[in-house]
Write a protein that binds this ligand. Structure first.
Ligand code: GLU
Length: 277
């Protein structure tokens, strides 16, 4: 078993992250496997070295150890061009100049509860030959589904109380995923979920352990990995750590930052108890 914790160093490590990291660490170590640490710092504006250092300090304080050096995606941004080129050669990319406001305006109904807006397809008929320098690149999902046709991917999913095979269907992909951005505007910066999936494959991760809020991303990643002919890990989606109002913790929840509990005298054992371990 080979697991990883893959934080984006854009804020403090809070209880939700600690739960994810401890779970991935303990599952690997209990099985005699390996646990890796990867900084997903492709967002060069929001990622900060001070958050990177704080995350490492908090994980070390929690008693977690990882195998090998920390991988920082920002150090290998160009390496993902290979996979983007493969998708382009398969005819699965198109350029898009829509702003977030354009997309909102083109959507007829608000997309409550979705992790992202389903792209309405405004630029879908554009070809890569007329890509302009400020364009993003989107996945042409219909074409990807056509290529997969009767071989729609199946992946193994586990969770706190279930384990089984999950079949991706064209219908779910179109309603939950849509034509996602794979490379952001301007500087060819890879989308987080593509870089994350590629690195899971490159680092031979057998079990991707993370919160169940990322389930839609799992569907996208399984499709992309299958298109790229890369290994699809088992996805373990764990329960979310919520605040007293039942809201999922977010980066801005500094009140639940591990560093704050540390300052108040909590022990690593206290943190394990707080997250129900
Ligand atoms: N980097 C992502 C985040 O911090 C998590 C990615 C993952 O675990 O797959 O939200």
């Amino acid at each position: 078993m080979r697991t990883r914790f893959a934080p984006s160093p854009t804020g403090p490590l809070h209880l939700g992250h600690a739960y994810s990291a401890i779970l991935a660490h303990d599952m690997a170590k209990t099985a005699g496997g390996q646990f890796l640490l990867r900084m997903e710092d492709t967002d060069l504006q929001r990622s900060k070295p001070e958050w990177d250092a704080q995350i490492i300090d908090d994980l070390t304080w929690l008693g977690l150890t990882w195998d090998g050096p920390v991988l920082r995606q920002s150090k290998q941004l160009r390496s993902y061009d290979t996979e983007l080129k493969t998708l382009e050669d398969m005819g699965l990319l198109y350029p898009c100049s829509c702003s977030r406001a354009d997309i909102r305006a083109a959507l007829s109904a608000p997309q409550e509860g979705q992790v992202h807006d389903i792209y309405p397809g405004t630029c879908k008929c554009r070809s890569m030959n007329n890509r302009q320098s400020g364009d993003a690149l989107r996945l042409h999902l219909d074409r990807a589904l056509d290529l997969l046709s009767d071989k729609m991917p199946v992946f193994t999913e586990t969770g706190d109380s279930f384990a089984g095979l999950n079949q991706i269907t064209a219908h779910n992909a179109l309603t939950d995923i849509g034509d996602v951005v794979l490379s952001r505007k301007g500087e060819d910066i890879i989308a987080y979920f593509l870089a994350s999936a590629i690195d899971d494959a490159r680092q031979n991760i057998t079990h991707t352990i993370r919160g169940k809020d990322l389930f839609d991303f799992t569907q996208i990643q399984v499709i992309l990995l299958t298109m790229l002919g890369l290994n699809v890990p088992v996805y373990h989606h764990h329960r979310l750590i919520r605040d007293e109002n039942g809201k999922r913790l977010a980066k801005r929840d500094d009140a639940r930052a591990i560093s704050k509990f540390r300052d108040e005298g909590a022990t690593p054992q206290d943190i394990r108890k707080m997250v129900g371990l």
